[in-house]
Every structure is written in structure tokens, then in C-alpha cells.
Design a protein around this ligand. Sequence first.
Ligand code: SF4
Length: 323
Amino acid sequence: MAHPQELTFEQGVDFLRQLKDFGDPMPQLILTGGDPLKRPDLYELIDAARELGIGTSITPAATPAFTREVLVKLKEHGVEGLGLSLDAPTADLHDSIRGVPGTFDRTMQAIAWAQELEMPLQVNTLAAAETVDHLPAVYELLKPFGIARWSLFFLISVGRGKVLQPLTPEEGEKLMGWVYETTKVAPFIVATTEAPSYRRVALEHMREEGMTGEQIKQSGQFRSFGIRDGHGIMFVSNTGDICPAGFLPLAVGNVKTDRVADIYRNAPVFQALHDSTQLEGRCGICEYHSLCGGSRARAFGASGNLLGEDPFCEYIPHSKGPH
Ligand code: SF4
């Protein structure tokens, strides 16, 4: 059942119109969930975004409601990209992580449809204690499909009672080494989410390999720099709350009463996230602060301090960094 405070269609369209305040280039919209397919006015909202010149991608849940016909319709309405979750290379493992039998088969079917319909596809995979040993097999499984991007989401601990456990910093460092080697041969982009210290790891590997500054620049490893949460992205919930990121549940305003671009540009939380010299702890004295900046979502989850150090990274800074 929809949340009683969920944005109405009119409020949703008003939010989309607000995105024009950002000017050129217009922000890109990613419809996520839960399951965005549950909104009865989904296609009208997608049409409204398209009319405003906003590119839209979608990450539907792999339920029986997500059929080939739905994907065709999404494409007809101008959806430019699809995101799907695949956490393990077998039905047993994936379905036990997701807690819903049949999810693996439906996801693999949807991957095949995306390939057939030439819909650009990002596959998202959890990197957690329970999945880390299976990630090479997930990579092998995905290799034959013409996916655009494989994104490894490094799980953030959000308290007790959760089924999956985050990686330890040592496990994370080892996995990042594997990711670095995989990026050299993968037929698609391999990226990390909520693990910006991957950029430090990649840079250290490239330096060890004797690459020059120019070769490092040309390597394609650094598509983005610095803090990502609230800096280049923002998250608006189903009820309109404006947060720096989906995994950083710190509501700074609401699109029903605030202008989204005003919050992004002027709210102190967002301003702090736009300036890596304000970081604290090890991230605050780290020479990689502008390249990496740490996961702000993980720092906030661990200590309640948005600007604190990212506990997932064990790097001991050599220099005095920005301060
Ligand atoms: S200490 Fe912080 S800024 Fe430095 S590499 Fe680690 S996470 Fe990144």
C-alpha cells in the first residue's frame, strides 16, 4: 500500500519541473524503490520527465510484474537505461539473499530481454561477507551479456538485525585489488559504489606498475572524483524528503515545501559535502581527500558524523593533506 504522505502525481510533476532550476546540463533521473513499477502513474511521470528534457533510468524489482512487455513499454516511453540487482551466480544463493524464490531466474531473464531490446543495462551487485567469494563467478556469468556497467555496492552496516554482513577493511582492500585487475580485461565498465577508497587503491596499483601521470589520466579509472554522496547526486524519497544519497538517510528538506536546487546549493549539509577540505579524522588529513573523500554514508552510519572518517578504509595518511 502506498505511504499516506507519498508524493501525488501533481507533486511528482512539480518536483520534476523544479529540476529545471539546475539549468544545463539537466540532472538525470533514476527511478528506484522498493519497486517503481508499483506507481500507477509511472508512465505519466516518465512522459513528464521526457517533455522537460530529463533523461530517465529505472531500477525495477525482479517481480512477476516486470515482463518483457513492460520493458518494451518503458523503452517506448523514452526510458534510457535499466538497473537490475544480481547478488550471486546461482538461484539458490541469490534467492536466499533476496528472500524471494524465483528472483534469480527473473533477473537473468530480464538481463536477456535488455540485451535483445538493446536497452543500456547496469547490473548492481552487493559486495558483502556472504557474496565476496562468489563475485568472480558473477563476473563470468555477466561477461557474455552486452551490459554497460557492473557496479559493486560495498554494503554499509546499518545496525543489528540485518541479514548480510559488510566486508572487513582487509577483505575490502583485497576485493578492490581484484576489481582493479578486472577493469583491465572486462568487456564492460566495472565500478564501485560507497567505496571511493577504490580510487586510492587503483592509483597505488598504477604507480606500482610504473605508469606515468599521463597514462594514469588516460586509464579511464577515474570517471569521478571526490565525495559522491550529496555531491553530484541527491536522493528524493517517495514522500519527497531530500537526502544527500539513498544510503545517507539525512532529510535536509522536502520537495513539497522546498526548492530542490536551493537545498542542493545552500543547505549547510550539502555545502559541507561539496567541500572535501571540511572532512575530519583520517579523511581530513589524507592526501587522497579530493580524489576519494571517503563514503560519507558509511561515516554517517558509523558515527553520526557526516564529515568523519570512513571506517572502511584503513589507510594511514602520509601527509598533512588539506589542513
Ligand atoms: S583516509 Fe579517507 S580520504 Fe583517505 S583514502 Fe581512506 S577513505 Fe579516502
